[in-house]
Ligand binder design. Structure first.
Ligand code: BES
Ligand code: ZN
Ligand code: ZN
Length: 478
């Protein structure tokens, strides 16, 4: 992993250093450099970089675009750092002066974002390579002076580690990341972060009547797990939150089997649980003022002679009976139990996050997650999402659509009637298990992974939701 630290000046070891340039300030480069920039098509846009030749005894200068000066945000600097680190990946040690571009922005948030940009854009997933190529770039220095630098850099590095954990989990093949393996990782990572971690095995899951989780797990050779992690702040908590994450370690669809193409990416289906786990590890270093308990139902969704059949009826933790008409709508079945458990503890708000529907991606495309729920908690999610630049869009929970979930033989059916509004009926289904508490549901759709490098993301798992949920807890009530 890239070692990122701060320094008052560019260290001698750095062989590349950036020159941040706003798109409306190219003149400041001087005539020669401006002409080179123009000839090379460098316009100072966000994401653009241009490596300039340098003398052998000097660090190489790299122009890094910032977009228009007046439009610079914390995220601009995060993305500029990501672009820079990509441009200099062939160097061993580099330095960035991006922190000097903060202007009136919060200096600590800027530092954290620059560390995130550097660390996240230099991520790579090597676990499955027989001969992993070690990264050339080992060290990055963020040039900065002033107060609070160490904490901001530490928080940035913790954020990189948490998102990296979530990405690694999403990228790991379904056959390797079995529920028990995920639970072991949650136990060790959570304990190391100072959280209290409980793991329920299949016997305990049966005793606790988690009928949705048991139903989804029925077709599997590998037993389910249910993980709880809790964080308690130092002083009196200002509120109590519950995080719930969908942890389907592989989604074949079950007997309502997916197509080959539809199944291909389904190792990502624990992206919600990975986001919650990553976020939980950040709460201590962010000094979040709220108490948070996280609930992670973990299973794969597989097929064998005993798999849940379309038409079978399951009884969720809260007693609601569910007619399973499509075994591929499995996420909501395990979330039903987890939300019921979360609601039993009567928290001030529940936030669940899940790769729940393809329908949300049909509506919002591959880079925006849907958020549904009660207005106050949805607003808190939108605010956190704006702060971390992990885009979400508010979708409705139309009361009029609730009847689409009426079952002829049980309390609820697990899919709506007809082909439309799948993200909304999924949300309406989950709402049945929140006991009327303030709640928001984040449907990630495919945003849990990307199919090409983009901004701070590297092909594969994005770790989306880690920073959003941590920010939500850290700024709750503010
Ligand atoms: N895990 C999928 C949703 C999904 C699909 C996430 C593609 C990311 C990318 C979920 O379990 C699922 O299969 N949902 C079905 C629901 C349908 C059967 C009502 C879907 O979206 O097609
Ligand atoms: Zn499914
Ligand atoms: Zn799924």
């Amino acid at each position: 992993m890239l070692a990122i630290s701060s320094g008052r000046t560019v260290p001698k070891s750095a062989t590349a250093v950036d020159i941040p340039v706003a798109s409306d300030e190219l003149d400041q480069l001087g005539a020669d450099r401006k002409r080179i920039a123009e000839l090379q098509g460098f316009e100072g846009e966000i994401g653009q970089t241009l490596v300039l030749a340098g003398a052998t005894d000097q660090a190489i200068d790299v122009l890094v675009g910032l977009g228009a000066r007046d439009d610079i945000t914390v995220d601009t600097l995060r993305r500029a750092a990501a672009a820079f680190v990509r441009a200099v990946s062939g160097h061993k040690a580099v330095a960035t002066t991006l922190a000097e571009q903060a202007g009136s922005l919060d200096a600590s948030l800027v530092l954290r974002a620059i560390v995130e940009g550097l660390g996240l854009a230099s991520y790579s997933y090597n676990e499955q390579k027989s001969k992993p190529t070690p990264a050339t770039l080992r060290k990055a220095t963020v040039v900065a002076s002033g107060k609070g630098i160490k904490l901001a850099i530490d928080q940035g590095n913790a954020s990189v580690a948490a998102v990296t954990l979530a990405r690694d989990l999403v990228n790991r093949p379904g056959g390797s990341l079995l529920p028990a393996v995920f639970a072991d990782i949650a136990k060790s990572v959570g304990t190391a972060a100072g959280l209290k971690v409980t793991v329920w095995d299949e016997k305990r899951i049966a005793k606790e009547k988690l009928g949705g989780l048991i139903g989804v797990n029925k077709g599997s050779t590998h037993p389910a797990r249910f993980v709880t992690l809790s964080y308690t702040p130092k002083g009196n908590p200002t509120a109590r939150l519950a995080f719930v994450g969908k942890g389907v370690t592989f989604d074949s669809g079950g007997l309502s089997l997916k197509t080959g193409l539809g199944m291909m990416s389904m190792k990502i289906d624990m992206g919600g649980a990975a986001a919650v786990l990553g976020a939980m590890t950040l709460l201590p270093i962010l000094n979040a003022p709220v108490a948070v308990t996280a609930y992670l139902p973990l299973t794969d969704n597989m097929v064998n002679g005993d798999a849940t059949r379309p038409g079978d009826v399951l009884t969720a933790r809260n007693g609601t009976t569910i007619e399973v008409l499509n075994t591929d709508a499995e996420g909501r079945l395990i979330l039903a139990d987890a939300l019921s458990l979360a609601a039993e503890a009567k928290p001030d708000a529940i936030i669940d996050i899940a790769t729940l529907t393809g329908a949300v991606t049909a509506a919002l495309g591959p880079k925006i997650a849907g958020v549904l729920g009660t207005d106050d908690v949805v607003a808190a999610c939108e605010k956190a999402a704006a702060a971390t630049s992990e885009p979400v869009w508010h979708l409705p929970l139309p009361a009029d659509y609730r009847s689409m979930l009426d079952s002829k033989i049980a309390d609820l059916r697990n899919i709506g009637t007809g082909p439309y509004g799948g993200a909304l009926t999924a949300g309406l289904f989950l709402q049945e298990f929140t006991n009327g508490l303030p709640w928001a549901h984040i449907d990630l759709g495919v945003t849990a992974s990307v199919d090409a490098d983009d901004g701070i993301n590297i092909v594969g798992g994005t770790g989306v939701g880690v920073r959003l949920l941590a920010e939500l807890a850290a700024s709750w009530g503010a």
